[in-house]
Design a protein around this ligand. Structure first.
Ligand code: FEO
Length: 173
C-alpha cells in the first residue's frame, strides 16, 4: 500500500512528466516550422522519452496498489527566439525536474518507503543524463552562435540521427 503523501507526489510527477512531453513536442513543432528537422527530431525523441517517464510512474503506482489520478496538462509555450533560447528553457526545465525527483526521494525517506527509494534511483540517474544532454547541446549552440553560424546546418544533420530507445523497460518487461 502506498502512503498517501507519496501517492500524491507520484501523481503530480506523472503530470509533470506529461507536461515535459508536451513542452518538447511543442519545441519539436517549432523547430520543424523553423526548417530545422534534426532539432525537431531530437525534440520528438525527447517527447517520447518523457512519455515513458510518465508511464513508468503510472505502472509503479498501480503496482504498489495506489490510485493514479490523471490531472489536466497545462498549456505550453509555442515559440522561441532561437535554438539557443529553446535549449536554455530545456536545461532550466530539466533542473526543475531534477529538484522534483529529489523531493520525491526525500518524501520516500520521510515515509520510510524503501521500495520507492530504490525505484526512484532510476530517475535520479536519468536526470544526470537529461541535464548533461541539454547542457552539452546548449554549450555547442552558444559557441556556434558566436563563432560559426554556418555550423548550424551540420549540427542539425547530426541531431537527425537520434533515435528513441525505451530505457524504462528492462529486458524482463
Ligand atoms: Fe522526465 Fe526530462 O525528465
Amino acid at each position: 500500500m502506498l502512503d498517501k503523501k507519496i501517492e500524491k507526489a507520484y501523481n503530480d510527477q506523472i503530470n509533470a512528466e506529461f507536461w515535459s512531453a508536451y513542452l518538447y513536442l511543442s519545441m519539436s513543432a517549432w523547430f520543424q516550422k523553423e526548417n530545422m528537422p534534426g532539432f525537431a527530431n531530437w525534440m520528438y525523441v525527447q517527447y517520447q522519452e518523457e512519455n515513458t517517464h510518465a508511464q513508468k510512474f503510472f505502472r509503479y503506482v498501480n503496482e504498489r496498489g495506489g490510485t493514479v489520478v490523471l490531472q489536466p496538462i497545462a498549456k505550453v509555450q509555442t515559440s522561441w527566439k532561437s535554438a539557443t533560447d529553446a535549449f536554455k528553457d530545456t536545461l532550466e526545465h530539466e533542473r526543475k525536474v531534477t529538484a522534483m525527483i529529489n523531493n520525491l526521494v526525500d518524501i520516500a525517506k520521510e515515509v520510510k518507503d524503501h521500495a520507492s527509494v530504490s525505484f526512484l534511483n532510476w530517475y535520479v540517474d536519468e536526470q544526470v543524463e537529461e541535464e548533461a544532454n541539454a547542457e552539452s547541446l546548449l554549450q555547442t549552440l552558444e559557441k556556434i552562435e558566436k563563432k560559426a553560424p554556418g555550423a548550424m546546418y551540420m549540427l542539425d544533420k547530426e541531431l537527425q540521427a537520434r533515435t528513441f530507445v525505451d530505457a524504462t523497460l528492462t529486458p524482463a518487461e
